[in-house]
Design a protein around this ligand. Structure first.
Ligand SMILES: NC(=O)c1ccc[n+]([C@@H]2O[C@H](COP(=O)([O-])OP(=O)(O)OC[C@H]3O[C@@H](n4cnc5c(N)ncnc54)[C@H](O)[C@@H]3O)[C@@H](O)[C@H]2O)c1
Length: 336
């Protein structure tokens, strides 16, 4: 069955999704939505997309798409996703799935009523190095994971435009980058439920109404704790823009660079397990990760399987993000 794919948004990540979609078998890139005719025309030409619309409503009115990839600014994720789901169209929506958990809950409700699938593009779940580390955890090589340490940070750089305006983005570096570190830690821990959140979040490097700096503690119901950092314009980052470390009772594991350190019975003796991934990735977020993500989404549609990361994972992440902002405002631990 050929799947007809539409896109809303024609910016940075839409191009990556379109490039991912066009290499999948039995797909047709049929429609694009953008309020800016010129960038839409350029996108349509680059990916040979025949139909162009200025709103998702117009596209849905005309029909002829099976699925919509939502890669617009965050404030459009919920309305565009809900409209598509109500029309019976499968959706893959970018992270953060919404401006806040309340919007994400409305998306959950729409997906339950619709019967169409909703996937949230938490892309790190499709990365081979993340998947290798997850396999080691699942095999019990690290023992019980006690704590995780991770970050999603841009050093000496940050996005501009809508990303830095609360009314369009919902939140700043936490909603943009910290959510990757949060989702990766949770995935590696086996998707536990959050119990409580404490955060210190602020804006210290630029003049905008969203955050550029955050440290967040999440306590999970399996007893583990995650320490997460989010940032734009930071003066330093510990490695590439996103990385996670796991501290288990039987050893240490990390992405990136990706390896295990397993202490031996003999004092000061440590076995290093090196899976052989390149020490430095360039680019850090390769097209292949998004190709795998798109292939998985299309397979879910074809097989009728509920995607994971889906609405449950996306909503939970929004709840933690909301709790972190609340904690930073009140100075209190927020229970979930
Ligand atoms: N998973 C990842 O690796 C990753 C990377 C980058 C961005 N993202 C997410 O993807 C989303 C888009 O980010 P981006 O970097 O591509 O942003 P961008 O600014 O490059 O692109 C946004 C696009 O939305 C379009 N747009 C704005 N208003 C619109 C409207 N009313 N209708 C249709 N289109 C409209 C803009 O013209 C632009 O084409 C964000 O939610 C972001 O968090 C995810």
């Amino acid at each position: 069955m050929t799947l007809k794919i539409g896109f809303t948004g024609t910016g940075y990540i839409s191009k990556i999704h379109a490039a991912a979609a066009r290499v999948q078998p039995d797909t047709e890139l049929v429609a694009v939505v953008n309020h800016r005719p010129e960038s839409m025309a350029a996108f349509a030409a680059e990916y040979s997309i025949p139909r162009q619309y200025s709103t998702v409503a117009e596209l849905l009115q005309e029909g002829g798409v099976d699925t919509l990839v939502v890669s617009t600014p965050n404030y459009l994720h919920a309305p565009e996703t809900i409209a598509a789901l109500e029309a019976g169209i499968h959706v893959m929506v970018e992270k953060p799935m919404a401006m806040n958990a309340a919007e994400a809950e409305a998306m959950l409700e729409a997906s339950q009523k619709s019967g169409a699938l909703l996937m949230v593009a938490h892309c790190w779940r499709f990365d081979p190095e993340v998947l290798w580390l997850k396999e080691q955890v699942d095999r019990g090589r690290l023992g019980k994971i006690i704590r995780t340490k991770g970050y999603g940070v841009h050093a000496n750089w940050g996005p501009g435009g809508w990303f830095t305006q609360k009314k369009f983005a919902g939140g700043g570096a936490l909603a943009d980058m910290g959510i990757h570190a949060l989702d990766t830690a949770r995935f590696l821990l086996g998707d536990p439920q959050p119990v409580s959140v404490y955060a210190r979040i602020g804006t210290h490097y630029k003049d905008f109404d969203v955050d550029d700096t955050g440290v967040i503690w999440v306590n999970w119901d399996n007893g583990a704790v995650s320490y997460l950092e989010s940032g734009w314009w930071q003066p330093h980052m510990d490695g590439p823009e996103a990385a996670t470390q796991l501290y288990g009772t039987a050893g240490f594991g990390q992405i990136f660079p990706t390896r295990l350190l397993l202490p031996q019975a003999e004092r000061n003796k440590v076995e290093q397990i090196d899976p052989g991934f390149p020490l430095v990735r360039d680019p850090h977020c390769p097209q292949s990760m998004y190709d795998t993500q798109m292939a998985y989404f299309l397979e879910c549609i074809r097989t009728g399987r509920a995607p994971s990361p889906g609405v449950a994972e996306g909503l939970l992440n929004m709840r933690v993000v909301d709790a972190a902002y609340r904690s930073a405002e009140t100075g209190e631990v927020v229970k979930l």
